[in-house]
Design a protein around this ligand. Structure first.
Ligand SMILES: NC(=O)c1ccc[n+]([C@@H]2O[C@H](COP(=O)([O-])OP(=O)(O)OC[C@H]3O[C@@H](n4cnc5c(N)ncnc54)[C@H](OP(=O)(O)O)[C@@H]3O)[C@@H](O)[C@H]2O)c1
Length: 249
């Protein structure tokens, strides 16, 4: 199986690459940090996978389109759009630059890469597109406006793509994890409910992908709480948001 993973140099992307690294798989790993990515690639090769690395900044949209065209020539079975960034939770007004960076990295880069790939998947009449969104896409805290907005944009994009591509035999999946140990969450200065190890988190993601889950939210209890709260009347939701303590745990 040929699997493309963006953001494979650390965290979930690295763990997903290692999860899929075995003799039957051919991996294409994308990220900016050359040494980190090469180290992941070496470990995947040691487990028997054939690995190609592409050192690229997903914010370079021209390069992403080129990479998308290159990849579409060879075809692929699965692409996991995982590269992403968050910004610090200051509670102040979000600077425009943060919005720009998060929307470019977490959202626009995805279509720059997929635009040339989608026609190839349609021609193949098969393939899987996996988006790593977030539970933060379902509920926006005052301290995560830019991050939640960028991830909600991904959900909307993935939803439309699902309806567009399902008749062509292409499976579009949106995975919405809660807090998982990674470089991203190690920077967080607030309590992270239902925090999970990288291994556990990635095992859940891989299981959801194998089961071809179109929308998958986890951990279950955290996702359920968010969905229940979203049904509450606004004044009650206001009280809950005010109650949540974002001090370091
Ligand atoms: N950890 C969590 O709790 C959690 C929860 C929900 C969703 N997520 C999502 O999971 C994904 C992976 O995050 P993570 O937690 O594993 O964090 P991470 O360890 O910081 O990994 C982020 C990955 O994205 C890559 N990346 C970031 N900006 C890039 C750019 N401009 N060009 C190319 N690659 C770029 C990084 O590689 P380079 O720096 O080498 O380029 C790195 O490999 C993100 O989309 C994140 O939003 C994470």
């Amino acid at each position: 199986m040929k699997i493309v993973i963006t953001g494979a140099s650390s965290g979930l992307g690295e763990a997903l690459a290692l999860h899929y690294a075995h003799g039957k798989n051919q991996l294409v790993l994308i990220a900016r940090r050359k040494e980190r990515l090469e180290s992941v690639a070496q470990r995947c090769r040691a487990k028997g996978a054939e690995v190609e690395t592409i050192i690229a900044d997903v914010n370079d949209f021209a390069r992403m389109r080129e990479v998308g065209e290159e990849l579409s020539r060879g075809g692929m079975d699965r692409i996991i759009l995982n590269a992403g960034v968050s910004v610090g939770h200051s509670g102040g007004v979000t600077p425009f630059e943060d919005f720009e960076r998060l929307f470019k990295t977490n959202f626009l880069s995805v279509h720059a890469l997929l635009e040339p790939i989608i026609p190839k998947l349609i021609e193949q009449k098969k393939g899987e597109i996996v988006f790593i969104s977030s539970l933060a896409s379902l509920f926006t805290m005052p301290t995560s406006i830019a991050y939640s907005s960028s991830k909600r944009a991904i959900n909307a994009y993935a939803e439309g793509l699902h309806y567009q591509l399902k008749p062509h035999g292409i499976v579009v999946m949106t995975i919405m994890p809660g807090f998982i140990d990674s470089e991203m969450t190690q920077k967080n200065q607030f309590k992270m409910p239902f925090f999970m190890s990288t291994e556990r988190g990635v095992a859940r993601i891989a299981h959801a992908i194998e089961r071809k889950k179109i929308r998958y939210m986890f951990p279950f209890r955290f996702a359920l709480m968010i969905r229940i709260v979203s049904l509450f009347p606004q004044p009650l939701r206001d009280k809950i948001v005010n109650f949540i303590n974002f001090k370091k745990g």
